[in-house]
Design a protein around this ligand. Structure first.
Ligand code: SF4
Length: 126
């Protein structure tokens, strides 16, 4: 499967792709794969999202330059037992939890998720 530029950074596009494609792209292009950052930096322990973001600022900075951010986030949302922990797609657990609840609610009502309706790219707050 040939993917266009920006596809793997676009949540709406990633939501249409099968796990195998997303996983292959993440494994081959993940910016975090070099392992230069302390593994603990990927697992903030604070409860509040803002404190979580401060605690994981170094990891989030790596995600902000990652070409497969959307694919990474999509995998986390689909595989929640694993995806609820740590930093995925540049988002902390509370932020992904909110996205996931929104997606589940949209699936129940048949409405389009807000981030898909807006055609939004993932926004990484600093
Ligand atoms: S978005 Fe972040 S956690 Fe996900 S693959 Fe890229 S660098 Fe790694």
């Amino acid at each position: 499967m040939r993917l266009g530029a920006g596809t793997l950074d676009d949540p709406e596009s990633c939501a249409q792709l099968p796990d195998q494609v997303l996983a292959t792209e993440v494994v081959s292009k993940a910016r975090c794969a070099d392992g230069t950052l302390d593994p603990d930096a990927w697992f903030p322990t604070s409860i509040a999202a803002e404190a979580n973001r401060r605690e994981a600022a170094e990891a989030i900075a790596i995600c902000s330059a990652c070409p497969v951010r959307g694919a990474c986030l999509e995998l986390a949302l689909r595989h929640w037992a694993m995806g609820q922990h740590g930093i995925w797609g540049g988002l902390v657990p509370a932020e992904r939890g909110a996205l996931r609840r929104q997606r589940l609610a949209s699936a129940r009502t048949g409405a389009q998720p807000a981030f898909a309706a807006a055609g939004a790219r993932i926004t990484l707050a600093s």
